[in-house]
Design a protein around this ligand. Structure first.
Ligand SMILES: Nc1ncnc2c1ncn2[C@@H]1O[C@H](COP(=O)(O)OP(=O)(O)O)[C@@H](O)[C@H]1O
Ligand SMILES: [Mg+2]
Length: 228
């Protein structure tokens, strides 16, 4: 099983090299827990390794994304990744500078059509969807079918998906999502004696033998660093 390193040293060690190739991995956690930083780090590592990378983002403009990515050390390579603009249309703006854009991130068939086109044109190996919730949260959507589509693309086009989700424990949609994906990494902030610490847990990772454990981490200008 080929592994795709995340760029987070100790996590890659725990996973014996990284995320399984051609898999669909969910990064879940509350706001501020580090999901976006995790996703960027995965892409940055990809660029460093010479993998073609794609970032689909619905919550921020491409210009903001590039400046966010470049707020980290060693991350001055945002121009080397392809950004799919799913933001402009969502706030009623016309298409920006990006070559690829979505008219409506909640339009599932448009979403997959564009994704497949971008992956094919770029021979992409790593794809981030930050976040996946707008596509899943549409009324009447069949979550199992949507995740199945992601998996088919991953297997068929030889790329690895990292998707972020803010979860919402107990929600039916979330349970279905978690059941369907190949792997789940949970990020959280835990309070202990009035102080907060960041923790990461590999919850599920198909094809990989690992010992579940809480990894403490911090976020610095270099990205995520496991400290425990
Ligand atoms: N350039 C940076 N340097 C240091 N820490 C940062 C930087 N950018 C973001 N962070 C830290 O990462 C935290 C998590 O951000 P983010 O990944 O965007 O959260 P989420 O996507 O889970 O809502 C921020 O609250 C901040 O503490
Ligand atoms: Mg985020």
């Amino acid at each position: 099983m080929t592994k795709i390193p995340t760029g987070i040293g100790k996590l890659d060690e725990l996973l014996k090299g990284g995320l399984p190739q051609k898999s669909v991995i969910l990064i879940s956690g509350p706001t501020g827990s580090g999901k976006t930083v995790f996703a960027y780090q995965f892409l940055i590592k990809g660029v460093e390794e010479g993998d073609k990378c794609i970032l689909v983002s619905s919550s921020e403009s491409p210009a903001f994304l590039r400046s966010y990515i470049e707020s980290f050390d060693l991350m001055h390579i945002s121009t080397k990744m392809t950004i799919v603009d799913a933001y402009s249309a969502s706030i009623g703006k016309s298409k920006g500078e990006e070559k690829f854009s979505l008219q409506d991130i909640s339009d599932v068939s448009e979403f997959f059509e564009v994704i497949k086109k971008v992956i094919k044109e770029n021979s992409a190996r790593r794809v981030v969807v930050d976040s996946v919730n707008p596509i899943l949260n549409q009324q009447g959507q069949n979550i199992r079918k949507i995740v199945d589509q992601f998996k088919r693309i991953a297997r068929g086009m030889d790329c690895t998906f990292v998707m972020t989700s803010y979860g919402g424990a107990g929600e039916k949609s979330n349970a279905e999502l978690e059941q369907m994906v190949d792997g789940i990494i949970k990020l959280d902030l835990e309070e202990k004696g009035g102080e907060f610490r960041r923790v990461m847990t590999v919850w599920k990772m198909r094809f990989v033998e690992f010992v579940p454990q809480k990894l403490e981490f911090r976020i610095t200008r270099s990205g995520i660093e496991i400290t425990s």
